[in-house]
Design a protein around this ligand. Structure first.
Ligand SMILES: Cc1cc2nc3c(=O)[nH]c(=O)nc-3n(C[C@H](O)[C@H](O)[C@H](O)COP(=O)(O)O)c2cc1C
Length: 146
């Protein structure tokens, strides 16, 4: 099992509808190829974790890096990991901006996904990396989500 996390900046002409369509295709590929993970979007940035078999993740990351719908792809974490953390999700999507606007149930859901589920094992390195970067996707980083 390999886990990879990166951050990137969305291309200016990539619309919300196109994000939705990208996700639809990505989830289809991920389901067939046993890739799971999560993706956060906010402040024109993506923060994504993908987990799966080593060669599947390397190939997928290669294609993601080449994708011109985003740029400045920065690798944050790439390690062999003992278990899959997001096995329920082929790619769960969180729009960080929505949390700012509405203080919505989504924010609670994100907390339950990123914090509550890992209360028993708070030192999981990949989760720490996600938590450390998710707040930087906010336009106003003074208040922390998690
Ligand atoms: C932010 C972002 C995240 C993506 N995540 C995935 C993903 O999880 N799974 C996937 O198959 N494609 C994902 N893609 C799409 C890939 O970059 C690529 O378009 C897809 O693998 C098809 O590649 P191909 O056109 O070279 O065949 C993502 C693209 C972007 C911009």
């Amino acid at each position: 099992m390999t886990t990879l996390i990166y951050k990137s900046t969305m291309a200016p002409d990539f619309t919300h509808n196109q994000i939705r369509s990208m996700l639809y295709h990505a989830r289809h590929f991920n389901e067939i190829n046993e890739v799971s993970g999560c993706i956060f979007y906010g402040n024109s940035q993506f923060l994504q974790m993908i987990e799966g078999e080593q060669h599947t993740i390397s190939d997928l990351y290669g294609r993601i890096q080449e994708d011109n719908r985003h740029h400045s792809v920065e690798l944050l974490f790439h390690e062999e990991t003992p278990k899959r953390l997001f096995k329920e999700w082929n790619m769960i999507f969180f729009n960080v901006k929505l949390f700012e606007d509405f203080k919505s149930e989504d924010e609670n859901f994100m907390k339950s996904v990123l914090v509550d589920r890992f209360k028993e094992e708070p030192e999981i390195p990949s989760i720490q990396v996600l938590r450390a970067h998710v707040n930087s996707l906010k336009e106003n980083p003074e208040t922390n989500f998690i």
